[in-house]
Write a protein that binds this ligand. Sequence first.
Ligand code: PEP
Ligand code: MN
Length: 685
Amino acid sequence: MDALKDRRSTIDQIDRELVELLGRRMAAVREIGAYKGQNSDAPLHDPKREHELFEFWTSEGARAGLSSLFLGRILREILAHSRRDQERHLRPSSSSRATGLRVGYRGAPASTSDLTLDKLLPARTDAPVEKVGFETFSAALDALESGEIDYLLLPIENTLVGSIHEVYHELARRDVYLADEEVSAVEHCLAGLPGATPERLLTIRSDPTTLQQCSRFLRTLVGVTAEGWYDPAAAAASVSEGGDADVGVICSPDAASRNGLHILEHDVSDHRQNNTRFVLLSRTAEHVDPRLPAKTSLILSVNHRHGALADCLQAFARHDLNLTKLESRPLPERPWEYLFYVDVEGNVDDERMKAALDEIREYTGSLRVLGCYPCRTGGEPVPALRPRKVVEAAPAAPTCEVTDQAPRVKPAVGNDRTLASLPESGRRSIVRVGPAEIGGQRFTLIAGPCAVESRRQIMESAEVVASAGAQVMRGGAFKPRTSPYSFQGLGVEGLRLLAEAGRMVGIPVVTEILRVEDIDAVAESADMFQVGARNMQNFELLKALGRLRQPVLLKRGMSATVKELLQAAEYILAGGNHQVVLCERGIRTFETATRSTLDVSSVPVLKELTHLPVIVDPSHAAGRRALVAPLALAAAAVGADGIIVEAHPHPEEALCDAEQALSPDDLRDLCASLRPIVEAQGRVM
Ligand code: PEP
Ligand code: MN
C-alpha cells in the first residue's frame, strides 16, 4: 500500500510541475498577445511556426516514448486555448477595463447560457464579471438597451430546433449588435431529489424546448405529466426547493449537481448531438481585428424585382464571400414575403464585404447588419480574409457605455458615398406600399384629407380618393398643429378608422407618426409611415423607423436643405430600412404669397443625388386650393415620382387645412390635367 502511495506522490509532484509549466507557458503566450495587440502587422496565426511546434513535440515525444497522436491532441488544446487568450489583446477597449462588467443571460444559474458565458468571457475580458439571469428575452434586452447590463448572451439557433425566431425577431427591432458567438453542447439528463426513482416520478419539469427535444424519452414514462418552466436550471432549483420526490426535472448535469439533485438518467435527448449557438450582444457595433476569422450576420428582405434573391446571393459569391447560413422566415405583416437570416464569413470592415453589401442594397427592401464577430463555429480557424491594418478611421466606442455617439455599423459604401447616394449603375429604388410602387413606371397619386375627423368623413374620403384613381390614401390621426388649441387629431381611434376606410376601398394608407411610442400602433394600422416636416430631424424617431420594415414617407423640413433631407433619410437607411420616399413640401423663404415656397428645383437636384423616389406635396406648399393643381403639374414636369395632395369630401367643413383641401371635383380635374404631362415624361398615370 505504501509503495502505491509513494508512486502517487511522484505523480502529484509531476502534475504540480506540469501545471506550473503550463501557467508559465500561458504567461509567455500573453506577453506575445500583448505584442500582437500593439503591432497590428504581426500575424496572428503563423502556420509555419505551428508546424514546427508539432514537429518538435513529435520528435521530443518519440524520444520519451510517447505517441504522436497523444501529444498532438494535447498540443492542439494548448494552442486553441492560447489563441483564444490572445484575442483579448486585440480588443483594447474591453480588455483594459478596470471596473467590473455586468453580463446578462436568459435563464437561471447553471443553465447552458450561464455555463456558456464562463467559456466565452475569459477570451474577452480580464475585468471581474457579474452575471445576471433574466426570465425572458425581452426583459434581458430591455436591460441591455437601458444600460443596466453591458453585454447579453442569448441563444440564436439550435441544431435540433433551428433558428430561435423570437430572438431574431427581437434583434431585428432592437438597437443592439452581435459582438461574439459561442457554441455549447447541450446535455439533458433526468434528475430528482435524493431517493427519487424514474418509476416514482409523477411530474417532470423543464422548459418547453427541452421537453420537446426529449419527447421520445418522455413517451416511455407512463402517467407522467410534463410541466413547462421558463428555464431548465430554474426548474432544477424549483425541484430542489420544493422537496417533493415525485417531481423530476430535465436539465444539464451541472444544473442538477448545483441544485443538489441526483442524476436518474443521462442523455435523455432524442438526439445525442444537440448544440446551441449563442450570441453575445452589445449596445455598440464592435470591430473585429482583421487578423481574426470573422463572421457577419444580416437580416434582410429582398424587393420584388425578378431574381432579387439570386442577385443578392451572387453578389456575395462574386466577392468570394462564403455564406454559412441562409434561412427564410415568412413576414406575418406581408403575406408571401420573406425575411432572410444570413451569415457570411468575413469582416464587415473588409473591402470585399463592403462592396458586396453595397451591391445587395439594390435588391433588398430592408437590410440590417446585426454585427460582425469572431467566428467560433466550424473546426480549424479559417484564415482572415485579407490581413491589413486595424481600421483607424472608425475606432470602437468605449464598449460598455451608452453613448449617442456610439458608431453605428458604418455604411458599407466606398469613398464619400452614402446609402442614399445614386449608385454608379444609376439604378433607382422602387418603394412598395401595398400594391403601389413608388418610383416605378407609374406616377403615384396619394390623396386624402389632412386629418381623420370622423368615421363618416374618412369613409366618404376613401370613396373620393379611390374613384379618382389614387394608389394610396393619406389621413392624419396624430396632427402636429402649430397652435395647441387647434384640432389635434383623433389619435389611436383615427388610426383605426383610417385602416378601416383603406380596407373598404382596397387601397393602402399612409399616416403621420409623431412619437416613437406610437410606432407599434401606427405599424398595426398603416401601410406607410409619414414623417412630417416638423419631425424631419427627430433623430430618435428616424432611428426607430430605421429598424422597421415598413416604408417611410420623409418630408423635407421647412428650413432644411436638400443635403439635410438626405442626411435625415440616411438615419432610416442606416438602421436597415431602405424603403424611404422623399417628399418636397415647400420651404420657408421671404415670400409670403404662398404658405411655403415650393422648391421645384429640389426634385431634379435630388434625382441627381439619390436613388430614393421623390414625390411632391403641392398642398402644404401652396396653402391655397387654386395653386395646388399648377404646382402638381410642375412637379410632374420636373420628374417627380408622384404627388401627395389633400382632398376632402366637403372642403369647407374640414377641421384642418380647409383652405388647401381639394374638392372631389378638383381632384378629378387634377388627375385629368396631370395625365398628358406624366405621359410626356414616359410614365403612366
Ligand atoms: C401633413 O402632411 O399633414 C403635414 C402636416 O405636412 P407637413 O409635415 O409637410 O407640414
Ligand atoms: Mn395638412
